[in-house]
Design a protein around this ligand. Structure first.
Ligand SMILES: CC(=O)[C@@H](O)[C@H](O)COP(=O)(O)O
Ligand SMILES: NCC(=O)COP(=O)(O)O
Length: 240
């Protein structure tokens, strides 16, 4: 469960409510296996203090999403989350627009992957569903990749089916070269099942949809329903 957008709502008024750490505690009760938080360089949602509190108050593993900068590397090493996922970041973007260029940015990324790994933090790279990016991630020594599902979630009809095929091929290829494969971005009730059904995927990171749905159904119900859909899809794919 990604809790970023609880902080977006909090920050709209600048106070302390709603508290993303409280959401993380509820997520644990509702069936989430881990918490993801993206400390953006512009601090538009999650704050440095949220990260400190998540480490102090939450038992679930924390996946710390970060840009490849020295500032974020120092914060990650001090906070020692279970995992760090390196993501591309642009100040002017509304949300993460795509995957990292692990292939083109190889030399820049190398040090971050190595230093996070040396600090005992499991490193993942948030990348597009492409063989070249998967090969580059492996070459960089990242044990995990997270495949960007945003384009699949935004597409409809035949274009969405093509995006799904692209993701399926990448997931299989990633697993075949020894990477642990995760996926996320933009997933909702309508899009999660075909992704959750892919047996090679070890983790999904889902946030924005759940926070939005919580307005109507409550956070606990939203997370529980997402978990049910994921488990059902995985079970059905195992039955085939
Ligand atoms: C990397 C990614 O896909 C998402 O974490 C996302 O970080 C949520 O935060 P934003 O909506 O600010 O991009
Ligand atoms: N890395 C993706 C993530 O953590 C959640 O993305 P979203 O569901 O908020 O779009």
């Amino acid at each position: 469960m990604n809790i970023d957008h609880v902080a977006t709502i909090r920050n709209a008024r600048g106070g302390a409510h709603p508290d993303p750490v409280r959401a993380a505690k509820l997520a644990a009760k509702a069936g989430a296996d881990g918490i993801t938080a993206h400390l953006r360089e512009d601090r538009r949602h999650i704050s440095d203090n949220d990260i400190k509190r998540l480490r102090a108050e939450i038992d679930l593993p924390l996946n710390f999403e970060m840009a490849a900068t020295d500032e974020m590397l120092a914060i990650a090493i001090a906070a020692k989350p279970h995992a760090a996922c390196i993501v591309p970041e642009k100040r002017e973007e509304r949300t993460t627009e795509g995957g990292l260029d692990a292939a083109g940015g190889h030399n820049h990324l190398k040090r971050y992957v190595a230093e996070l790994g040396a600090a005992g933090i499991r490193v993942s790279l948030f990348i597009e569903a492409s063989k070249a990016q998967l090969d580059a991630a492996r070459h960089l020594g990242a044990p995990v990749v997270e495949i960007h599902t945003g384009a699949y979630c935004e597409a409809t009809g035949a274009a969405q089916a093509r995006e799904l095929d692209r993701i399926r091929d990448a997931v299989r290829y990633g697993a075949s070269i020894g990477l642990e494969v995760h996926a996320g971005h933009g997933l909702g009730f309508d899009t999660v099942s075909p992704i959750a059904a892919m047996p090679e995927i070890a983790e999904l990171n889902i946030g924005h949809f759940l926070i939005g749905e919580a307005v109507f159904a409550g956070l606990e119900n939203s997370i529980a329903e997402m978990r049910r859909l994921m488990d059902e899809a995985r079970q059905e794919s195992g039955d085939q």
